[in-house]
Design a protein around this ligand. Structure first.
Ligand code: ZN
Ligand code: FE
Length: 257
């Protein structure tokens, strides 16, 4: 099985799986790049997985379904105009012989879901949409800090070697913020250097892994003393609990340049 990020727009990735014959794509915000790739590789599109309703994740669904007859699987609790199989927490979907478990991860949107399989060629794999990014997390358009922290905490509980397929290449700007929060984190400094080298050659920084994100992503590190101290310095007098630290970090990131 092959796992490939198809670039779309300025910084989206449409993640694709294929077995040499059939393919599946996740969050196709546009159809042309995917259609071109399918043709070039001689693949039949079997399945489209959707994590949430935003247009940069769904804009290509109708055209791809019409062109290929692929089935569409998406979240049970999101506004979705497409004919699709709606799935929620604990549902299992079989895609190209892989068994994915659906997790509900509200925060970025109210009905956002993620797809996780324990074994794709011997390692776990996660499609997490706009919930978890490398070094960051999605903006809270429809959820509360407590909801998003709970969603991220459940993703962080997946095995360390889980490959994390995020739908945006936001890593460098996320790491700039992460370094402002935690300048003394040696793993973070080292990772930022490696990501700068990758982006300088136009390579993706993804997939990341759960084990790595737990070491470098401030939004998964709200219980670390250094992270909490930075949040308290930013919002003096705020509560020193994980949700308050998370809320402070998220608001700080919203205005960070
Ligand atoms: Zn989104
Ligand atoms: Fe997005």
């Amino acid at each position: 099985m092959q796992l490939i990020p198809i670039p779309a727009f300025s910084d989206n990735y449409i993640w694709a799986l294929h077995d040499g014959r059939r393919a599946a794509v996740v969050d196709p915000g546009e159809a042309d790049g995917v259609a071109h790739w399918l043709k070039q590789q001689g693949l039949q599109l079997d399945t489209i997985l959707i994590t949430h309703h935003h247009p940069d994740h769904t804009g290509g669904v109708a055209a791809l379904r019409e062109a290929t007859g692929a089935r569409v699987i998406g979240p049970a609790h999101e506004p979705m105009p497409e004919p699709l199989r709606r799935v929620g927490a604990g549902d299992t979907v079989e895609v190209l012989g892989l068994h994915f478990e659906v997790m509900e991860v509200p925060g970025h949107t109210a009905g956002h879901i993620a797809y996780h399989t324990p074994d794709m060629d011997g390692r776990p794999l996660l499609f997490c949409g706009d919930t978890l990014f490398s070094g960051g997390c999605g903006r809270l358009f429809e959820g509360t800090p407590a909801q998003m922290l709970d969603s991220l905490t459940r993703l962080a509980a997946l095995p360390d070697d889980t490959r994390v397929c995020c739908t945006h290449e936001y890593t460098l700007s996320n790491l700039k913020f992460a370094l402002a929060v935690e300048p003394g984190n040696a793993a973070l400094v080292d990772y930022a250097t490696r990501c700068q080298a990758l982006r300088a050659q136009n390579f993706p920084t993804l997939p990341s892994s759960i084990g790595l994100e737990k070491k470098i992503n401030p939004f998964l590190r709200t219980r670390e003393v250094a992270v909490a101290q930075s949040a308290l310095a930013r919002e003096p007098g705020s509560a020193n609990d994980a949700v308050a630290v998370f809320a402070t970090l998220r608001e700080w990131k919203n205005v960070f340049r």
